[in-house]
Design a protein around this ligand. Structure first.
Ligand code: ZN
Length: 267
């Protein structure tokens, strides 16, 4: 497996610039110019390092498995099929590598296929009713219940966060005021050198790897554009495929940390 491809994904679908054949571009110089422009937009993303764990009602950061529950009716149910929703992600905010706060953020998603709630309730759009995103306070020990769900994903505890440099997707350049048209050759060099691109895999913070276009949701009260909290790639740590190899974007409002959304897109 080509690690660069695995991390950084696909080439742009189309070129945004027409090259004049009579002009030889100096790829290395253009690459350096590109990186120096993008440097101002560099963020640190954190790749989760996980360890398999037997499902346990705990307040640890995890992907899949059992959530922390404040009481026995606390596991969200899907309004379409009435079953408990799958835990996709739980982040213990006091364990995150930066921006530390107290409490937990949980992402639940109905993975039932009969009925197919994902499609019935359009779970690819933010704020779907078959998705539950919430911030909760840790009070006591977690309640323990027998969930009503067809299959529970195996729990992967997040044991460490590996920092990596992350850069905006080219779809976002114009919104960010970045005046760059990437030549194919320059993009290939960025892939080769693993520099200047958004990472495609599961990650905390950083920049979204947009599969289609820029699709940030907006805070439903303040209308501010939300920010990437966690990106979930198809079948990276989570044994789940978003459409055809899509990517999920878990976002948070900068104004209100309780305003959370999840949506996904595929090509
Ligand atoms: Zn459902």
């Amino acid at each position: 497996m080509n690690l660069i491809r695995k991390l950084f994904g696909w080439k742009p679908k189309e070129k945004t610039i027409k090259k004049d054949d009579s002009v030889e571009i100096n790829v290395e110089a253009e690459f350096n110019r590109t990186i120096s422009i993008l440097k101002g937009f560099k963020r640190t993303a954190y790749l989760p390092e996980t360890k398999e764990n037997s499902n346990s009602f705990s307040s640890k950061s995890k992907i899949g498995g059992f959530p922390y529950l404040r009481h026995e009716n606390d596991w969200p149910t899907c309004p379409n099929c009435k079953k408990n929703m799958q835990l996709f992600l739980q982040l213990n905010l006091s364990e995150l590598p930066e921006k530390s706060e107290e409490g937990l953020i949980q992402l639940f998603y109905c993975t039932n296929s009969q009925p197919l709630c994902e499609s019935d309730l359009e779970a690819y759009f933010p704020f779907s009713k078959s998705v539950n995103c919430r911030k909760v306070v840790i009070e006591n020990e977690s309640a323990e219940i027998q969930p009503d769900i067809n299959e529970i994903f195996d729990e992967k505890i997040i044991v460490d966060w590996n920092p990596v440099d992350d850069y905006p997707h080219f779809e976002e350049y114009s919104d960010l005021g970045i005046d760059l048209d990437l030549e194919d050759e320059v993009y290939e060099m960025m892939e080769e050198k693993k520099k200047g691109l958004p990472i495609i895999k599961d990650k905390l913070f950083g920049w979204p790897y947009w599969v289609q276009s820029v699709e940030y949701p907006f805070d439903r009260n303040t209308n501010r554009q939300m920010e990437l909290l966690f990106q979930l790639d198809s079948e990276d740590h989570l044994p789940y495929m978003f459409g055809d190899c899509g990517i999920g974007y878990f976002t948070q409002s900068p104004d209100n940390k309780g305003e959370l959304a999840f949506g996904w897109a595929c090509s």
